[in-house]
Design a protein around this ligand. Structure first.
Ligand SMILES: [Zn+2]
Length: 46
C-alpha cells in the first residue's frame, strides 16, 4: 500500500455540484441551494 495517497478523502464525501457545498451525508437535494446534483466527491476528482 504505497504510492497512492488517500489523504484527500479526509473531508466530506459528498458535494453539491451547483453550489459546491460539501456534505457529510448524501441528501436527496442540497440543503443550501436545493439542487439535486449531489455527487460523491471522489467521483468528480480530477
Ligand atoms: Zn447546493
Amino acid at each position: 500500500m504505497s504510492g497512492l495517497t488517500d489523504s484527500e478523502d479526509d473531508g466530506l464525501p459528498y458535494v453539491c455540484l451547483a453550489c459546491e457545498t460539501a456534505l457529510e451525508v448524501q441528501h436527496h437535494n442540497c440543503p443550501v441551494c436545493g439542487s439535486f446534483d449531489i455527487r460523491c466527491s471522489k467521483w468528480i476528482r480530477e
